[in-house]
Design a protein around this ligand. Structure first.
Ligand code: 13P
Ligand code: SF4
Length: 361
């Protein structure tokens, strides 16, 4: 380093280089933790400059990653859009494997690295390309929409992708284009049920679940209401419908951030992965965050240490078979080409109280 100290020591140079980040995260990170994290943050940010690399960090990354080294941060839709327009030589995905695959599909000529290739997802693991081919046989004439939380192999078999931020828009658009009144939306059963309540389009769903969001139930929300009567309760649409019904607001992780930053509630509960509240709290000091915590074990595989190793040794490189990538790109690009929402989509919970059933495969 410039001052001649050991590269990963907490030197005066490291302290100076990272002090704006410390100011942001100090409400969530202890000084003892910071002495270990700051040298890694400084080293990662140096390596990014040397190698023309960018880090795409999902909202579920811990604050030292999200605020310390993320060049682009956000929800799955935002990160896919950033990957598509990035001119960096290397993309490091601080998120899970399906996100890194999406970046590789959109940027086949770039090196895409994932710090831990075992960072999976219960939704992505719930369905294969062969399953989608069978669904196509069973429902000829229906368009198939895949949540981005799927493998590239699954994306290659579908007509368009969506995220929780645009699922209703995508379902309605593809139904219009195909001239149909039913659409297959896979693999998240709860997202499908929550989308079905926002639209007149009939939904055929697969029984996949997010292992983080499926654990919340209406009793959790009732307990939170009793303990914190003034708190605004915000839920992710991967939660069961009964959770959304009991909440004040539902939307993607970006929509939740938007809600807190614009409405500035005095107390808020984010019914989603734990790190999300920590990250938003760093930018919203006037709001008190109540944390009913569910960790995503896959997201938590990503650390400053393995991001540093990834950049240092160019590992682990994400590859997608060229034929699969070409077909998956059509589905992802169709989603990206839709007009971006003016603000992240919110689920209308009043409309959602009308019961609409989905057809389960
Ligand atoms: P969004 O960031 O798109 O809301 O997705 C949440 C999630 O669970 C990603 O794995
Ligand atoms: Fe998958 Fe759920 Fe983890 Fe997101 S939070 S990566 S959907 S298991």
């Amino acid at each position: 380093m410039a001052d001649g100290s050991t590269p990963l020591a907490f030197s005066a140079a490291v302290e100076a280089a990272t002090s704006p980040i410390w100011d942001k995260v100090k409400a969530r990170v202890t000084p003892l933790e910071w002495r270990l994290q700051a040298p890694l943050i400084a080293a990662i940010n140096d390596l990014k400059r040397q190698k023309n690399a960018v880090i795409l960090a999902h909202n579920y990354m811990t604050p030292e990653i999200f605020h310390g080294v993320g060049d682009f941060v956000g929800d799955s839709l935002g990160l896919a859009r950033e990957a598509a327009r990035s001119d960096a030589a290397i993309i490091v995905q601080a998120g899970v494997l399906f996100m890194a695959e999406t970046s590789k599909v959109l940027c086949p000529d770039k090196t895409v690295l994932i710090p831990d290739p075992l960072a999976g997802c219960s939704l992505a693991a719930s369905i294969t390309g062969a399953d989608v081919r069978l669904i196509r046989q069973r429902h000829p004439g229906l368009p198939i929409v895949a949540y981005v939380n799927t493998t590239a192999e699954v994306k290659a078999e579908v007509d368009i992708c969506c995220t929780s931020a645009n699922a209703v828009q995508v379902v309605e658009q593809i139904a219009r284009e195909w001239g149909v009144s039913r659409v297959v939306l896979l693999p998240d059963e709860f997202l499908a049920r929550n989308v079905a309540r926002q639209t007149d389009i009939g939904i055929v769903a697969w029984q996949g679940r997010c292992e983080v969001h499926e654990r919340f139930d209406a009793a959790d929300i009732a307990e939170l209401r009793a303990a914190y009567p003034g708190a605004d309760i915000l839920a992710h649409p991967e939660c069961p419908t009964e959770v959304l019904e009991a909440s004040d607001f539902a939307g993607s992780t970006a929509a939740m951030t938007d809600y807190v930053m614009h409405r500035k509630p005095r107390q808020v509960v984010l019914i989603t992965e734990c790190s999300m509240a920590d990250n938003v709290a760093c930018d919203a000091p006037e709001t008190e965050f109540i944390r009913p915590c569910n960790l995503c074990p896959h997201m938590k595989r990503i650390s400053l240490e393995n991001i540093y190793e990834a950049l240092l040794h160019d590992r682990y490189e994400v590859t997608v078979d060229a034929d699969i990538a070409d077909r998956a790109r059509l589905a992802v690009q169709r989603m990206i080409d839709l007009p971006p929402p003016a603000a992240p989509a919110r689920y209308d919970l009043v409309k959602a109280r009308h019961h609409v059933d989905v057809e389960l495969i």
